[in-house]
Design a protein around this ligand. Structure first.
Ligand SMILES: [Zn+2]
Length: 469
């Protein structure tokens, strides 16, 4: 079964030309111009459309138990939402559980992600560093295709590990071709600020950002970088949100190609003011690190422009605002009576990253199309060991392809999204640019507003060496 995509403007991180793509057996077979549509080939006219590699989102939490709450998207619904947003590869977070090997955590994750509709890989969160657990890092990277380990410097007693564990895991990662991803905030200091706020009766959602100041993200980012540089390990700082953290990443990148920073869509378009919305609606914007002021947001845009940031992901970690719309017991409302510290931390975004960033970056700020593709597809694929199978359009690559109308204007509405979450961070955003068709390994899975994919059709991404561009 062959497919021919004709006459679109093909854009990768380096190319930009009008041409045709012949797909066979799920892979890009031929790139050219005026390719013949021979016997039985399925032809898609892409004239007037951008033809881009399926986007890669390396930061999602699907069907994930976090503290007392569970994210509301299954792998089925979350990856369907991804596909409608032009994302065809997702790297999600598996986690070790206390007292268990990370290999057991991976088995559990494999069970949960069987319903995936696009291709999915796993990072492994390390949180209990007993000797056998640390010895299993080699097997994760070399046998299981899990070539990234996530460490939390925040959330003491839940997810946080100490600096010794960070350093040890970094050295192991360097030995086994893996990268360490860090959530960089000073968890101990933040806990003190949170306790003080709660004791003083300061319980509104806005105290979430007031108790997690940018200085404490900057401190932890610099500390993680120092440890990684001394360990000789590649480091990927997830969700950089502020100038302090960005400065640390930028300085490190002057010295080394091993240090990378990511930001997420929401930090580029929203500010901490959202947490002050009346009627507890600020809770929708409670995620960690928090939204920052306009000055920090401006710095992040400069960071993208200068190349100090290497990728834009979503940190899709959806909790409903209202209680129990899907039979799940925990929602943002949990924090309404007891305080901001009980609001499940996380927000949705998997479905809207591409149109929101295309409109904001390419249309409104003049970012090149090549740089756009690099940030949402090529760099993430390279940094996490799935390039050039994913993240580009090249002969032999998987035919994960998005046809995108760069002119169509539309308004983002949660009521029309495919994620199970009951709100959007970008509600009411009027954007230019919309996904028209999404192909996963040659199969048309999204056609306008029609869903043609099916649960279980996504493959597991067994990844190679990670942490480098
Ligand atoms: Zn996250």
């Amino acid at each position: 079964m062959a497919t021919l995509i004709k006459g679109g403007r093909i854009v990768t991180a380096i190319d930009d030309y009008v041409g045709d793509i012949l797909i066979e057996d799920g892979k890009v077979r031929t790139l050219g111009q005026d390719l013949p549509a021979e016997g039985g080939v399925d032809v898609h006219d892409a004239s007037g459309l951008l033809v881009m590699p399926g986007a890669v989102d390396v930061h999602t939490h699907l069907d994930w138990e976090f503290g007392t709450a569970r994210t509301v998207d299954t792998f089925g619904t979350g990856t369907m939402a991804a596909a409608f947003g032009g994302t065809t590869s997702v790297i999600d977070f598996a986690n070790q559980r206390h007292g268990e090997s990370p290999l057991e955590g991976l088995e559990d994750w494999h069970r949960r992600c069987a319903s995936r509709c696009v291709d999915v890989g796993a990072h492994m969160i390390i949180l209990d560093p007993f000797p056998q657990a640390l010895a299993d890092l080699r097997a994760l990277a070399q046998d299981e295709g899990v070539t990234s380990f996530k460490l939390f410097m925040a959330y003491p007693n839940v997810l946080m590990v100490d600096d010794g564990v960070c350093f040890y895991v970094m050295r192991e990662a360097a030995k086994h071709g893996a990268v360490v991803c860090v959530h960089a905030e000073n968890g101990y200091a933040i806990n003190i600020l949170v306790e003080e706020a709660v004791k003083a009766g300061n319980l509104a959602p806005k105290y979430h950002y007031l108790t997690r100041p940018p200085e404490l993200e900057g401190e932890a980012t610099a500390r993680a970088i120092t440890l990684a540089e001394y360990a000789g390990a590649p480091l990927y700082v997830v969700h950089v949100t502020c100038s302090q953290a960005l400065d640390a990443v930028a300085r490190a990148r002057d010295r080394s190609d091993l240090i990378h920073g990511e930001t997420c869509t929401q930090y580029l378009f929203l500010t901490q003011q959202e947490l002050e919305r009346p009627g507890f609606h600020g809770a929708k914007y409670v995620f960690t690190p928090p939204l920052r002021s306009q000055e920090h947001q401006d710095e992040l845009w400069r960071g993208l422009h200068r190349g100090d940031l290497s990728a834009v992901s979503t940190d899709h970690c959806p909790f409903c605002f209202e209680e129990e719309p899907h039979g799940l017991k925990f929602s943002k409302r949990q924090g309404e009576k007891e305080g901001f510290h009980k609001i499940p931390n996380g927000g949705p975004g998997i479905e809207h990253r591409i149109p929101v960033l295309f409109d904001g970056a390419v249309k409104k700020r003049g970012m090149s199309l090549n740089r756009f593709v690099e940030l949402v597809a090529t760099n993430p694929a390279k940094l996490f060991g799935i390039y050039p199978k994913k993240g580009t359009i090249a002969v032999g690559s998987d035919a994960d392809i998005v046809l995108f109308d760069p002119e169509q204007r539309w308004t983002i509405r949660a009521a029309e999204q495919h994620s199970r979450v009951d709100y959007s961070l970008f509600e009411g955003f009027e954007v230019q640019g919309r996904v028209k068709k999404t192909f996963l390994r040659g199969d048309l899975i999204v056609d306008g507003d029609q869903w043609l994919g099916r649960e279980g059709m996504g493959a597991f991404l067994k990844r190679g060496e990670s942490g480098r561009l």
